[in-house]
Design a protein around this ligand. Sequence first.
Ligand code: GLU
Length: 439
Amino acid sequence: MQERIVEILVGPTPTFVVAPQPKQDLWDTVLANLDDVAARLKLNPGIHAILRQPERELTVAIPVVLDDGSIKVFTGYRVQHSSARGPCKGGIRYHADVTLNEVRGLATMMTWKCAVVGIPYGGAKGGVTFDPAGLSQNELMRLTRRYTAMILPILGPKRDIPAPDVNTNPQVMAWIADTASMFEGSAMMEIVTGKPLNLGGSQGRPEATGRGVAIVTAELLKRYDRTPVETTVAVQGYGNVGSCAATILNEMGCKIVAVSDVGGGLYNPHGLNIADINKHVAHSPRHLLEGYDAPGVDFITNDELLECETDVLIPAALEHQIRGDNATRIRAKYIVEGANGPTTRDADDILTDRGIVVAPDILANAGGVVVSYLEWVQDLQNFFWEKEEVNRQLTSLMIRSFREVWDCAASYDVPLRLGASMLAVDKVAEAVQSRGIWP
Ligand code: GLU
């Protein structure tokens, strides 16, 4: 984003100072990517204009009675980017940095993600701007129920189906399903995915995104004639996605040399003991890495993790972690994006110039929504599968999608991110074209 010059008049002589750089916006990144893809695909300008704008955006005020009796009003969003390929689908994020533009960007990426993996959904996303660590469990439940009630008019099992995202989990999904069911007057569990097993959740859903990241990593390594046992991996973010990806890659034989979370990171060039770390995280009060120690482990910052000596880097935290200012220092050969939007556009160009191969978010982290789809299918038929069956379908879908992205990138002679985006935008544009513009 361009630096803005702010003029301050001091006496008769104007002085110019550089304003602090505004945070680069995910929505800017997503639109710039779309414009690039549209030009390369020679997309119909009308369809390009349709895809540049979310179909529907809802901003809601969520009053919550806090435990001390006071009232606090939170702001929430649900953005439906496209329903061209099917009902809208996408998670709900609870985070202090949530903005409408972030939710727009994430909703649009869900449209591309569902298209890349060929599941019959459009894209949506929701978010509420607050830090969940500051609320009690009861306050969190009241906020979730009120937010659900406020966005319920645009939700539905055939309309828009939420799921977990940053700081939301199966319990939050259970409250959403229950609130919707109370309004409906009958059980409507299929309105949300990522639910607990006892409410119609799917086997394998909690670890699905991480498993998908691991499958994509393994496929990428195969293309470069590498085996997991000769591969080192660093994972930024040790929440649901990062920890599952690290654990499954470790089981595949990879050496996990670094992991980090909000509190900082752990590094051991000879490999970290992931089972031991998982035990620590499971028992630590905030489920963080802090307090973990073992022989040979060095403590590093998140920035140091991104720049550490490793074959594969998996950013699995928030967006825009790999930027123009640190992309030149990244030493990994392969980046597999567990997070949504972890790489800025300028960083992407630097990585491409430096020959670093990036498996893009809309492919790499699609395992979550793939198993959300499998959960929804099971809910609709009220018939549930064994974990092996879920994992078998996830694996085959991810491998097929990887191959299609790889082939598309090769045929246009572009990096994988562009290949994936071209494949996705093309599929969505085709759906818009086939349906026609109503009326
Ligand atoms: N929040 C996840 C994502 O960004 C999962 C979405 C879903 O399952 O609908 O892909």
